[in-house]
Design a protein around this ligand. Structure first.
Ligand code: SAM
Length: 426
């Protein structure tokens, strides 16, 4: 009875009154329409969940299951709301804490707008792993069959997406939005959420999000997403799996980056591993709250010193290979050494970039076949780590096809190639 307004038809594409947005070809009310009967309902107040559901049921095609609850604050230009869709991903549901324009922008993604976009996603029956308890690490996942490089282990939609803009709100309002979000999830999905680890023992919702969220990007905005199945993977500085986020399907993919045998733990990295032990350990302690005990963090000091020296060499060689001036000393042999150092460091999951360096270094000396070989090797791993639309992948695809058209082709011809007594130059 409170809502009688009929959604208006837009005259022009994207030309909806300020109290509405274009969705499903019609101007749909947002949450804060100034001329709407729902004026200010949901802004800085909580209404009971069933009332919030009943209020939107009269709207044809209203995209959310509940009237979103919103909070505004002087620091925050747009109010931040909790948008919930219980039908998302075949009834798995999702809640999104963000501003109205961003939430409606997300609705344009194939994940929401195309019926078959999620056909390959959220298939969690017969998984290739089992849950296992690891002393000092909590639960983790262990392979129950052999996984090969490139095998998909997960493809999952988030239960929760949060926008860092929520940190402009008062703490109580921010926490309120999180709790409201969980209440709006379908019951089975709420169970998945509460099963998540709460490492920091603070607010139970925020803590579960902080312990388990991945950084994601949606339309150039950094956000956080929680995928409960993938959140069971523990960190290792030398992981055997890699992940990426696909913003079209709003899905997170995990693939094996090397052979994983039955009984081996499946691990990913939470941080940038191309750093020395101390930097990695500090990063994990500060942002994730745990003392890293993976084999490369726990190694004997003698081996740690050797590993750190290799990391320094990786840094130095990468910098030299990135030098495209006429004084560059970079050669394909340096790129081969870089690859070897990554392999010695068991950084297989990160080999996409050293392979790219090698491809470009060979191309810069006009070596077509090695440029193609390393572009192909790079592509295989970059796909597992960067997803479908990465700029380096586009470069390597072009290189694998026609190195002669690459910007790097023959760029270093005439530069000194080998060091040594003969001073041999190509
Ligand atoms: C996303 S959860 C991973 C699954 C978690 N082990 C569980 O039981 O649900 C992240 C948390 O797992 C633990 N963890 C992950 N990797 C670890 C590691 N290498 N060493 C110690 N603890 C780790 C930490 O408590 C971390 O905050």
């Amino acid at each position: 009875e409170k809502i009688q307004q009929i959604p208006q038809q837009p005259l022009l594409k994207d030309a909806c009154p300020s109290n509405s947005v274009l969705y499903g070809g019609k101007c749909q009310p947002t949450v804060l329409g100034s001329s709407s009967p729902v004026e200010n309902i949901g802004l800085n107040v909580t209404i009971p969940l069933e009332e919030a559901r009943a209020l939107v049921e009269n709207y044809e095609d209203f995209p959310w299951t509940f009237l979103p609850e919103c909070y505004s604050h002087d620091n925050q230009k747009e109010p931040v709301c909790v948008f919930s869709d219980q039908n998302f991903a075949g009834g798995r549901g999702i809640y999104i804490v963000t501003t109205t324009p961003r939430a409606y922008q997300m609705l344009k993604k194939p994940a929401f707008s195309q019926a078959d976009a999620l056909a390959r996603i959220n298939k969690h029956d017969n998984p290739p792993f089992e849950e296992h308890e690891f002393p000092g690490k909590g639960r983790g996942l262990v392979a129950n069959k052999t996984l090969h490089r490139g095998d998909q282990i997960f493809a999952s939609t988030p239960l929760v997406i949060t926008d860092p803009d929520m940190y402009n709100l008062d703490e109580a309002e921010r926490l309120r939005l999180g709790h409201r979000g969980v209440e709006t999830l379908p019951p089975a999905t709420q169970t998945l959420f509460w099963k998540l680890l709460d490492h920091f023992k603070g607010d139970p919702v925020e803590d579960r999000v902080n312990t388990n969220a991945f950084d994601i990007n949606i339309d150039d905005t950094g956000m956080f997403a929680v995928m409960p199945e993938i959140a069971m993977l523990n960190h290792d500085c030398r992981p055997n799996a890699a992940y990426f986020w696909d913003q079209d399907t709003l899905s997170h993919y995990v693939h094996a980056t090397q052979t994983i045998y039955p009984g081996e733990e499946i691990t990913i990295t939470y941080i940038n591993n191309e750093r020395k032990r101390e930097a990695r350990m500090q990063n994990l302690k500060k942002n994730w709250g745990f003392d890293c005990s993976c084999s490369s963090c726990a190694a004997h000091p003698v081996f740690t010193a050797e590993s750190d020296a290799r990391m320094q060499a990786i840094d130095d060689i990468s910098e030299a290979l990135d030098n495209w001036t006429s004084s560059s000393t970079a050669t394909p042999e340096m790129a081969e050494l870089l690859i070897s150092l990554y392999e010695q460091e068991r950084l297989q999951a990160s080999l996409g970039i050293p392979y790219k360096h090698a491809s470009e270094a060979y191309s810069s000396f006009g070596d077509r076949y090695n440029a193609i070989k390393y572009a192909q090797l790079s592509l295989e791993l970059l796909h597992l780590d960067r997803g479908f639309n990465d700029v380096d992948i586009k470069f390597m695809l072009a290189m694998a096809k026609e190195p002669e058209k690459s910007w790097s082709w023959k760029k270093r011809v005439g530069h000194k190639r080998f060091e040594g007594e003969c001073g041999h130059a190509h």
